[in-house]
Design a protein around this ligand. Structure first.
Ligand SMILES: Cc1cc2nc3c(=O)[nH]c(=O)nc-3n(C[C@H](O)[C@H](O)[C@H](O)COP(=O)(O)OP(=O)(O)OC[C@H]3O[C@@H](n4cnc5c(N)ncnc54)[C@H](O)[C@@H]3O)c2cc1C
Length: 360
């Protein structure tokens, strides 16, 4: 089966008449894999009246696009979309098939993987292509290496040696879209779609209100961790005081630099459900593997150790400022501006330094 399989496919999501940013990142991720394999990168585009987006996918790096455009596919409906994708996969046998690790990507990828059947590695943060030798299973050339955080502190490397396609979802925020090239040419192939008589149908689509806080859309994210509970001497502190500093930093950044700032948190702080932070820090503030992935211009990690599950959600930030009492804290391995010290002393100084009051 694997000898016949060829092509790296990416499932392209769109919203409000445009490809999503996550899809542009996915094209970039797929391009890297396709180049290493010396195979074609194929975008899979499904919807109604979306043919113009196929051109954009090519400009951003796809070699060609399989376009399933039908009024029956006007809104996302997993049973119909899974049918459309599954019939393409079973007929054309791609070698690799990538999806974005969001609600739609995970929903559709799981359904297709089950039907093929093949494996599905979810929430990858890196992808590679390597040979794989396993004494029990054999030798495999040019496998997709799917890299994602495991449940502890390490990165897991997942292989799908025998089944095709090798299917993976990729977390947003880990790849950078390629520069578009309007001169790039690629074939757009239209595929017919015959809907079945499904036992369910979509009766209404409601748009959720924008996320609050909008961590993913912020220019600056100021995140607090368990370090807020004590000062450097180990004396218990009021975490609400650290939160007020974070708010002052946010306000200063917004006022002086006209950048949109939001307050984030480590999962440990979110789950600690600290009474003093009730209504201020909740699940929607969490940055990391099981929270939001952010890529701001500046990320402040304040009293955060920098565990792997936190880092995978923020390591793509352009600049990282970390305040931590422990000079060995893992966050310092990726911080551009490491500040070793007590956040209750360093934060007010930092606020003053960037032009705020500093005496909150
Ligand atoms: C499956 C799974 C998924 C996970 N998902 C996430 C996730 O999405 N996001 C996430 O964040 N974590 C996640 N975690 C948890 C993660 O492993 C860590 O436990 C968590 O990130 C630690 O949070 P922290 O850095 O706030 O706390 P700690 O690890 O307790 O670190 C606190 C830090 O504060 C420093 N400190 C203490 N006092 C001060 C002070 N006064 N001033 C300055 N620094 C001080 C300490 O030196 C320490 O480095 C996940 C774990 C698992 C197993």
């Amino acid at each position: 089966m694997s000898e016949q399989s060829t092509g790296v496919w990416v499932y392209l999501q769109h919203s409000k008449g445009d490809l999503t940013k996550d899809s542009l990142e996915l094209i970039s991720a797929g391009r890297g894999v396709a180049d290493k394999l010396q195979q074609k990168l194929v975008g899979v585009l499904i919807g109604s009246g979306v043919q113009e987006l196929a051109k954009k996918a090519v400009e951003y790096g796809a070699d060609s696009v399989l376009l399933v455009d039908s009024p029956a596919l006007q809104v996302y409906f997993n049973l119909a979309y899974a049918d459309a994708i599954y019939s393409l996969v079973s007929e054309r046998k791609p070698y690799v098939f990538l999806f974005t690790a969001n609600e739609i990507g995970k929903d559709i990828a799981a359904r297709v993987a089950f039907r093929v059947p093949t494996g599905l590695a979810t929430d990858n943060v890196q992808l590679a292509v390597e040979d794989y030798n396993n004494p029990a299973l054999g030798q495999f050339k040019d496998l997709l290496i799917q890299v994602r955080p495991d449940f502890g502190t390490r990165l897991a490397r997942i292989y799908t040696p025998k089944h095709r396609p090798q299917m993976a979802t990729v977390r947003p925020g880990n790849f950078v879209p390629l520069e578009p090239d309007p001169k790039r040419k690629g074939n757009v192939e239209k595929i017919e779609f015959e809907p079945r008589n499904y036992p369910a149908r979509v009766t209404e689509v409601r748009e959720l209100p924008p996320a609050v806080p909008d961590l993913a859309g912020a220019d600056v994210v100021i995140s607090l961790g368990m370090g807020v509970l004590k000062d450097a001497s180990g004396r218990a502190r009021d975490p609400a005081e650290a939160y007020r500093y974070a708010e002052e930093l946010k306000e200063t950044v917004e006022r002086k630099y006209h950048l949109k700032a939001e307050i984030g948190a480590s999962r440990a702080l979110v789950y600690a459900e600290v009474k003093e932070l009730e209504g201020l820090i909740g699940r929607s503030n969490q940055v990391g593997q099981t929270g939001t992935t952010v890529k701001p211009k500046v990320y402040f990690a304040i009293g955060i150790s920098g565990a792997l599950q936190h880092r995978v959600g923020m390591s793509g930030s352009a600049k990282i400022v970390a305040i931590n009492t422990d000079p060995e804290a893992p966050i310092f391995k990726i911080a551009h501006y490491p500040i070793v010290g007590d956040l209750y002393e360093e934060l007010p100084k930092l606020i003053t330094a960037i032009g705020g009051g500093g005496d909150a």
